[in-house]
Design a protein around this ligand. Structure first.
Ligand SMILES: Nc1ncnc2c1ncn2[C@@H]1O[C@H](COP(=O)(O)OP(=O)(O)OP(=O)(O)O)[C@@H](O)[C@H]1O
Ligand SMILES: [Mg+2]
Length: 366
């Protein structure tokens, strides 16, 4: 017959699935009660990711069984850690802001931003996508969304929504999608600020920004306005792309924008016979990652369907979630989440966000 003491002793050594420290000590094992041979646990996880949940369950169940428990119920609170929010932050309910950028044009920033956002949503996060490319918005086409956002109260604009993603783009505000935008720097700055403070993003775990090419104004504006969680740097493998990407890495370092990781897009092509071709050479992603001192989050293959689905407004992660490219995007999202969580944990000295601070969700047991 198990005892509360033997159960607690077994649980004390269970390691957190993300931080690999004892769950009880870092505050992620909240409660453990024994009723006969049934244990009821309450834990706190920093992400709704099913992989993280499964790992936690496996470890806890093993510990409970070793203490003689036969029936185990685990209630899970999910609270995604938040970036630092200052008093004048325009989006205090947004826990993490991710900038998808590259010094180089056409490397797949928008494709990555869209599919990464959808992958984060598939893991269970509350997500938004902000098209910060004011002169060349791609999000309306890639996400298959048109129409004008409305304002319910005449003050805040409601973002458009598709596939569970809240979205805002200058493209939604143009009467004709072929219309040129003839704004200069200060107006761009103004539009972006409006997209932050006048859009009702609500509580979000991640807001992903699709940046225009270049080292540019947008990253600077963002760094001035709020605490950005970090940057996902996109590159392609070939030398000629790298010089421009290095410049944007340097700019991030100057602005103290953390680089969370690098995505190498168009890494390889697999022909119908199954042979792999590195059309643009190889090693670019590793070189950028080394220069940025950040992990290489993934290598996305060149797949015709990625382009086709992007043009159709049905991104590959949504259209065909089990395809090879989608699986890479999903693993990029998991690696990104892990990096964000671990960085936060290190920065805050291992303390979790105090309960009751900011929007919390109680997750229904699976
Ligand atoms: N892995 C891929 N396989 C096939 N096509 C791709 C892939 N990644 C991107 N593309 C296609 O390449 C083109 C450029 O991609 P995308 O618009 O995402 O790049 P970008 O870096 O955002 O460009 P810009 O600098 O103009 O904003 C698009 O037509 C897109 O569908
Ligand atoms: Mg783009």
């Amino acid at each position: 017959m198990p005892s509360q003491t033997s159960l607690d002793a077994a649980l004390d050594s269970v390691l957190d699935p993300v931080f690999e420290k004892p769950m009880r000590a870092i505050g992620s094992l909240l409660e453990s009660h024994l009723d006969g041979t049934k244990a009821s646990l309450r834990i706190k996880l920093p992400s709704p990711s099913p992989t993280i949940e499964a790992k936690a369950r496996r470890r806890l169940e093993e510990a409970c069984r070793s203490a003689g428990v036969t029936e185990i119920a685990i209630a899970i609170d999910v609270e995604v850690p938040t970036r630092e929010v200052m008093g004048d932050d325009p989006i205090p309910g947004v826990r993490n802001v991710i900038l998808v950028m590259s010094g180089k044009g056409g490397v797949g920033k928008s494709t990555t931003a869209v599919n990464l956002t959808l992958a984060l949503a598939k893991l269970g996060h509350r997500v938004g996508l902000l098209d910060a490319d004011i002169y060349g918005p791609s999000i309306p086409t890639m996400m298959g969304v048109s129409g004008q956002p409305i304002s319910k109260d005449g003050k805040m604009i409601s973002p458009l929504e598709r596939f569970g993603v809240k979205m805002m783009s200058i493209g939604f505000l143009l009467e004709d999608d072929k219309q040129a935008i003839v704004w200069r720097g200060p107006m761009l700055h103004g539009a972006l600020q409006q997209f932050l403070k006048d859009v009702d993003w609500g509580p979000l775990d991640f807001l992903v920004l699709d940046l225009p090419p270049g080292t540019g104004d947008v990253a600077l504006t963002m760094a001035q306005k709020l605490k950005v969680t970090g940057v996902v740097m996109v590159t392609t493998p070939q030398e000629v792309a790298l010089q421009d990407v290095y410049k944007s890495v340097s700019m991030c370092h100057k602005l103290a924008l953390p680089i969370l990781g690098v995505v190498e897009n168009m890494s390889f092509f697999v022909d119908p016979a199954g042979n792999r071709h590195e059309l643009f050479g190889k090693g670019g992603g590793d070189k950028v990652a080394a220069f940025a001192q950040a992990p290489l989050l993934g290598q996305i293959p060149i797949v015709q369907a990625v382009r086709e689905q992007g043009d159709k407004g049905l991104p590959i992660v949504q259209a065909d979630p089990t395809s090879e490219a989608s699986e890479v995007f999903l693993s990029v999202a998991e690696a990104l989440v892990e990096k964000v969580l671990k960085d936060h944990f290190e920065r805050t000295g291992g303390t979790m966000v105090p309960a009751g601070k900011g929007p919390t969700r109680l997750k229904i047991m699976r």
